[in-house]
Design a protein around this ligand. Structure first.
Ligand SMILES: Cc1ncc(COP(=O)(O)O)c(C=O)c1O
Length: 397
């Protein structure tokens, strides 16, 4: 496999990749659940803890550092998703931020309104909205993904939007199946109906460029630990939305965005890590990352094509409709058993529903233990793909 970058050099930046599982080198194929961090992120996070850090607004050195770190993180995320720094808020994780926005938005809903969700989404972009709708007597409409193509046709979402729709929540890509959603027409339809579009970009983070201006959404949430950074959530909102919507906040906290959406004190060391993670991606480049991931995905798909005991639940080729996250089942074996066998060889994968409970429900797989998920990011190698394929081959009943 010809590489768009020096893969050994990339891997040397990630200390965790040198871990071993007994005699087997560890292969982190669990990127969809969380990625590893390069040394630059570790150093960026350690520095404020080592050198001194204080809370915002003290007017002395370590406090000024916290101000600078926060501003740099907003700048970095703004570059990362093509937005403005004053539209970027941080929080504990995507789930917490989404609950916060859902509660705030629900205060503007009333009986007779509806919201549109999808069965492709992680529960973090479903339950907060469904709960808020239940509390306000608002109708929940669910757009279903196609169980043959594993895609979510924009029309299936758009067809549910009407003049009473207040919110459309959709993922940019599925953490279970790897499906990429064409969000732009969905946002446009939401706008035409006077509804707001909220996009979950958590799974997209490490795989491809995110552009909120191009997508035309009103809100977007992401999580830095999915793109080589620390465990910190990111919320982007269109400035007028963040400004006019009432946030749940303590009285002395800022009344303007983005600060009004940030509860309590942020993890400044994590914010330093967010900046470093984005700089890492910028240093490698999206073109190279995508080229590498596509090659790994194609190798994996070609490998399982010849295995009639392995079934892929997802788009069967590497194209704009998927990223290199694969959900599979092996005939006659429980997903946990497959995952355990892979893990015993140092191949870190997941089995189950990974909180994509609607996906597993829709595929009728909830009772049978969900699926095995194998995900590739830019630090994975062709050799790791081959190691997975070898084990899958052995698992033929
Ligand atoms: C697609 C997707 N959305 C949302 C989440 C929740 O993110 P967080 O852990 O930051 O709350 C995840 C986590 O796995 C995810 O994969």
């Amino acid at each position: 496999m010809s590489e768009p970058f020096d893969i050994d050099e990339i891997r040397s930046q990630f200390p965790a990749l040198s871990r071993a599982e007994g005699p087997h080198p560890a292969a982190y194929l669990d990127g969809p659940g969380g990625t590893q961090t390069p040394s630059s992120v570790i150093e960026a996070m350690t520095a404020p803890l080592r050198d001194g850090i204080s809370n915002l607004g003290g007017g002395y050195g370590p406090s000024d550092d916290a101000v600078r770190i926060t501003a740099e993180a907003r700048d970095a995320v703004a570059r990362f998703i093509n937005a403005s720094p004053d539209e970027i808020a941080f929080g504990q994780n995507m789930t917490s931020l989404t609950f916060a926005v859902s509660r705030a938005l629900a205060r503007t809903w009333s009986v007779g309104d509806n919201i549109v969700l999808t069965s492709l989404d992680h529960d973090a972009n479903f339950a907060p909205w469904a709960t808020a709708a239940q509390e306000t007597g608002v109708e929940v409409r669910v757009a279903e993904f196609d169980t043959e193509t594993f895609r979510l046709a924009p029309e299936s979402v758009i067809g549910l939007i009407d003049d009473n729709t207040r919110l459309v929540a959709v993922c940019l890509s599925s953490n279970a199946l790897g499906t990429v959603v064409d969000v732009k027409p969905i946002s446009e339809a939401a706008r035409r109906a006077g509804a707001l579009a909220y996009v979950d970009a958590v799974h997209a983070g490490p795989h491809h460029r995110i552009d909120v201006a191009e997508m035309g959404c009103h809100f977007l949430a992401a999580s830095a630990y999915k793109f080589f950074g620390p465990h910190t959530g990111i919320l982007w909102g269109q400035l007028d939305q963040l400004a006019t919507l009432e946030a749940y906040k303590v009285r002395p906290a800022p009344s303007d965005p983005p600060g009004k959406w940030e509860t309590g004190t942020q993890s400044f060391e994590s914010l330093a890590g967010v900046t470093a993670a984005i700089e890492h991606i910028e240093s490698v480049g999206w073109g190279a990352i995508q080229e590498h991931e596509t090659a790994l995905g194609e190798r994996f798909l070609a490998g399982i094509e010849g295995m009639d005991h392995v079934r892929l639940w997802g788009v069967p080729e590497m194209n704009e409709n998927r990223v290199a996250t694969f959900a599979i089942s092996v005939d006659g074996l429980h997903p946990d058993r497959v995952a355990t066998t892979l893990r015993e060889r140092g191949l870190y994968v997941w089995s189950g529903h990974y909180y994509a409970v609607n996906v597993m429900d829709r595929l009728g797989l909830m009772e049978s233990g969900g699926l095995v998920r194998i995900g590739f990011v830019h630090y994975n190698t062709a050799d790791e793909v081959d190691r997975v394929l070898d084990v899958l081959q052995e698992l033929r009943a």
